[in-house]
Design a protein around this ligand. Structure first.
Ligand code: BES
Ligand code: MN
Ligand code: ZN
Length: 497
């Protein structure tokens, strides 16, 4: 069940709900809602602060059951940390923890006053949107490939109402749309690679288009791609029984202007091919279609928001397998652009499918801007870890737009240089370009490879290898960079540039 959200402005001491949610700072300072609840409940919160039961540490949670003087059955007290340093990231964290705590309680709804907490540099719209997205994120469960469970008799959290003195309905509407996009991306990425193969991605996109106005979907199969000259993309897919697809989604929410374009790496499983990856952790390479999931999710969000923009989303969906028919190190490929590529490592396959998809996107749509998202390099994870996506572009204005969108959406990126100085690393004695650039600056040379195929385009590249999923055996897809891309589109729709 997906969580439902609403807005309200009832008083915390008299609101009729299974649980009210209020915040306290680490130094014992109560928020105004907590103070009202405390007074009505004869000091119940203060007592627990004094006894040390409630610390106020950021993200800590305590439940008070049936305190006197309140209409609500429970109070969830959430620690906000030190008031002086309270910021947007902390605000997101407390909402994530609050939602996790609510989901553990035997209740079907709650009313949260944490949306009234002031956050420097952000307004009520942002606060409501961020709160709803955090709650949705925290309560997402992957269930697709478990044995169906019998419905438990315990109630399950189904609705959260956020208190807001001001009209923040725009924030709530945006959150609902973006949450759908994030869920679409997470679900697709979490599915195992024997289900989520190239044809499955194409089917999901086709279904989405059928169900939404102003959306159309075209799927090119390997026979059509062959005719069109996608020599680089097809080489990567040759070792797999699951043949490549190129998925092209179009949304016409604007007038006659050229569209914005998203391109996402859709390697549904990356074994490395003949340059086979080591066994341990290889299962994580089912997430190698995280870029595809991310741009599709952002597309879903844009459609659900009915943004007044034109948008195309192009996804090369391919599986990289070792086989008697696989492409090999030493092969020279002719890409759609005509540029020839010497394959030095079949595990550097993402750039080989993206280059053809980027050429196709530029030629077919002459977009106003092209953003690609890809789980492209382990080197990007080494450089930036799991917190920031790597951003590469030669366009300072586009970089600023994307960095600002990421900050605002708390889905941050960090820019790496894309200077031509790095291009020498890609020189080949047998083709126009090699597909790897040696051990230095691996994220950047991957970006430099793509740059050769996007000359003259207003293009940016997001390397999401570190951010697309959480590490470990039970690590789930994060849905990044759906929020960043959705915010960038919201900003474009507003500014008309
Ligand atoms: N999908 C991987 C990149 C990756 C690795 C993402 C680990 C997330 C976690 C990509 O196709 C790849 O294998 N890249 C190689 C490139 C190398 C051969 C130049 C890499 O990063 O090792
Ligand atoms: Mn690879
Ligand atoms: Zn890959």
């Amino acid at each position: 069940m997906t969580l439902q959200f609403s807005l309200g402005s009832a008083a915390p001491e008299t609101v009729d709900t299974p649980c009210v949610v209020v915040g306290v700072y680490e130094n014992g300072v109560l928020t105004s809602a907590a103070a009202r609840v405390n007074t009505a409940a004869q000091g119940a919160i203060k007592q627990q602060i004094e006894s040390g039961d409630i610390s106020g540490k950021a993200g800590s949670t305590n439940v008070l059951f049936a305190p006197p003087g309140l209409t609500a059955k429970r109070v969830l007290v959430v620690g906000l940390g030190v008031q002086k340093s309270f910021d947007g990231a902390r605000y997101q964290k407390i909402h994530l923890e609050a939602a996790r705590a609510l989901a553990r309680l035997p209740i079907d709804s709650a009313v949260s006053y944490l949306t009234e907490v002031e956050v420097p540099q952000h307004d009520a719209t942002w606060r409501v949107r961020t709160a709803a997205l955090a709650a949705d994120h925290a309560t997402y469960r992957y269930t697709a490939t478990f044995k169906p469970r019998e419905k438990s008799s315990q109630p399950e959290l189904g609705t959260v109402q956020f208190a807001s003195g001001e009209d923040a309905s725009i924030g709530l509407d945006q959150a609902k749309a973006i949450a759908e996009g994030v869920r679409f991306a997470r679900e697709l990425a979490n599915l195992p690679p024997n289900i989520c193969n190239p044809a499955y991605i194409a089917d999901q996109a086709t279904l989405f288009a059928e169900r939404h106005e102003k959306v159309s979907c075209q799927v090119l199969d390997h026979v059509e791609l062959e005719k069109l000259g996608f020599g680089s993309l097809l080489a990567v897919g040759r070792g797999s029984a699951n043949k490549p697809k190129l998925v092209v989604l179009e949304y016409k929410g604007g007038n006659e202007e050229k569209p914005y374009a998203f391109v996402g790496k859709g390697i549904t499983f990356d074994t490395g091919g003949i340059s086979l990856k080591p066994g341990p952790g290889m299962e994580e390479m089912k997430f190698d279609m995280g870029g595809a999931a991310g741009v599709l999710g952002a597309f879903v969000a844009a459609v659900k928001m009915q943004l007044p923009v034109n948008l195309v989303c192009v996804v090369p969906a391919v599986e990289n397998m070792p086989d008697g028919d696989s492409y090999r190190p030493g092969d020279v490929l002719t890409s759609l652009s005509g540029i020839t590529i010497e394959v030095l490592n079949t595990d550097a396959e993402g750039r080989l499918i993206l280059c053809d998809a980027l050429t196709y996107t530029a030629q077919t749509f002459q977009p106003r801007a092209i953003i690609d998202a890809a789980t492209l390099t382990g080197a990007c994870v080494i450089a930036l870890g799991k917190h920031a996506s790597g951003l590469m572009t030669k366009h300072d204005d586009l970089a600023d737009e994307l960095l600002a969108a990421g900050e605002h959406a708390l889905d941050r990126a960090w820019r790496l240089p894309l200077w031509d100085d790095y291009q020498v690393q890609l020189e080949s004695g047998f083709a126009d370009v090699a597909n790897i650039g040696g051990k230095n600056a691996g994220a950047i040379t991957a970006g430099c490879f793509l740059a050769r195929f996007t000359e003259g385009q207003r293009w940016a590249h997001l390397d999401i290898a570190g951010t697309a999923w959480d590490e470990g055996r039970k690590g789930l897809a994060t849905g990044r960079p759906v929020s960043l891309l959705a915010q960038w589109l919201i900003d474009r729709a507003g500014s008309g540039s």
